[in-house]
Design a protein around this ligand. Structure first.
Ligand SMILES: Nc1ncnc2c1ncn2[C@@H]1O[C@H](COP(=O)(O)OP(=O)(O)OP(=O)(O)O)[C@@H](O)[C@H]1O
Ligand SMILES: [Mg+2]
Length: 390
């Protein structure tokens, strides 16, 4: 059966052009001339994808996308490509926040439109196939060998890549309990629920965890850090393994972002995790910390394969190259992420992760490569008792 595409655009010329181009490619086409009709036809026609103009009579494109996403809830997700005449990044971000999966700036080349349509249809098709299969249940800890090396940046963007590009169901946990950054980096207020809502409940079960997870527009579910440093004390070393084991039963990947402290809470997390990604940069203090961590991990009896080294900003000039770093550590670096300071910092400061708004940037592609390798890695013995996973 050909895929059905709903075109929502009030310009008859655009309607004709899109109808012609899409039919040439073998798609079935349904046309709506205003936002309200677009919303109605989404319900009546159940299209496989929507091309949605921003400037529309009655309801604008953002409103239509928002209404569709609200109505869909968690039961479905029709891919939406926003067609916009506006060039500003802000507008793109607004479109994506409203629930669009991609956007194209008019005028666009038909070949580009077709490529985007195909990629979105492919991205959302595997979801269907995955419905009903048990979650992979892999717990990955992202551990910063030093403050500021980019652990949070990598955790957030790898989570989005695993979900949006690789179709996995992903939970992202902010394990920096006192000074977690996920709320600011993802533009979420202090009113959103956090891990405190879990640890202060009488029993911790799947239903409770489902209620506390915060849905990010990218489709990743978040377990946020406490809203203030004082409340972080409510989370004890016993809580983390219990929460992570529960999350494991609900998601393909549970990514937890933690800092360099090897205290009881972090050790509990590392014990539970299947893989520990040590994030580092190529400088002496980081190399020293990585050496100490590797030694400690050895003393704890974990196998070397549980730990993987991620060199962030790998092509930045520091005077220490990858070979030097590997020599000093007597280990290979497993993953490298490119250095792109402007892309990384502007994404953080705008609250819109680059993997969400600029997946095809250099940094986006580098993170996607990382996510792909992680996703291809043979399944750790997830689900077995932690001791056996060592
Ligand atoms: N690949 C990269 N290229 C360039 N800059 C990067 C890269 N990754 C992260 N950064 C920048 O490094 C800084 C620190 O990033 P981030 O907050 O993710 O690090 P962190 O290790 O989580 O820090 P903290 O110790 O505060 O938790 C940010 O300014 C970010 O933009
Ligand atoms: Mg951080």
């Amino acid at each position: 059966m050909p895929a059905k595409i709903l075109v929502v655009d009030d310009d008859p010329n655009v309607q004709r052009l899109l109808q012609y181009t899409l039919k040439q490619e073998g798609y079935e086409v349904v046309i709506a001339s205003d936002g309200a009709e677009g919303f109605r036809l989404w319900g009546a026609e159940a299209p496989d994808l929507i091309l949605l103009d921003v400037m529309l009579p009655k309801l604008d494109g953002y409103q239509v996308a928002t209404k569709i996403r609200t109505e869909e809830g968690t039961t479905g997700h029709v891919p939406i490509i926003m067609l916009t005449a506006e060039r500003e990044v802000e507008q793109k971000v607004r479109g994506l926040r409203a629930g669009a999966d991609d956007y194209l700036i008019k005028p666009f080349h038909p070949a580009e439109l077709m490529a985007r349509i195909k990629s979105l249809l492919a991205r959302f098709a595997p979801h269907e196939a995955m419905v009903g299969r048990p979650p992979l249940g892999r717990v990955l800890a992202l551990y910063g060998a030093k403050g500021g090396v980019g652990t949070t940046t990598i955790a957030i963007n790898a989570a989005i890549a695993l979900h949006r590009e690789l179709g996995r169901k992903v939970a992202l946990v902010d394990g920096n309990l006192q000074f977690g950054d996920h709320r600011v980096f993802l533009d979420l207020g202090l009113d959103k629920k956090s891990i405190v809502d879990i640890v202060t409940a009488p029993t911790i079960d799947q239903d409770l965890i489902r209620q506390v997870m915060v849905k990010h527009d990218s489709g990743v579910d978040l377990l946020l850090a406490p809203p203030s440093p004082e409340t972080a004390e409510l989370v004890t070393q016993d809580h983390m393994p219990i929460i992570l084991e529960q999350l494991r039963t609900l998601y393909d990947y549970v990514l937890i972002d933690i800092d360099k402290r090897l205290d009881d809470i972090n050790l509990g997390i590392l014990e539970t995790a299947d893989t520990m990604f040590v994030v580092m940069t190529a400088d002496l203090s980081c190399l020293k910390n990585v050496r100490l961590v590797l030694e400690t991990i050895g003393h704890l009896g974990y196998s070397a394969s549980k730990v993987q080294l991620v060199l962030n900003r790998s092509n930045a000039f520091t005077g220490i190259n990858v070979k030097n770093a590997e020599g000093a550590l007597k280990r290979t670096i497993d993953h490298q992420i490119v250095n792109e300071y402007r892309g990384a910092i502007s994404a953080l400061n705008s609250g819109a992760p680059f993997m969400f708004t600029k997946a095809d940037s250099l940094l986006g592609r580098s993170l996607l490569d990382f996510a792909r390798v992680v996703d291809k890695a043979p399944a750790m013995a997830a689900g077995q008792p932690a001791l056996l996973r060592r």
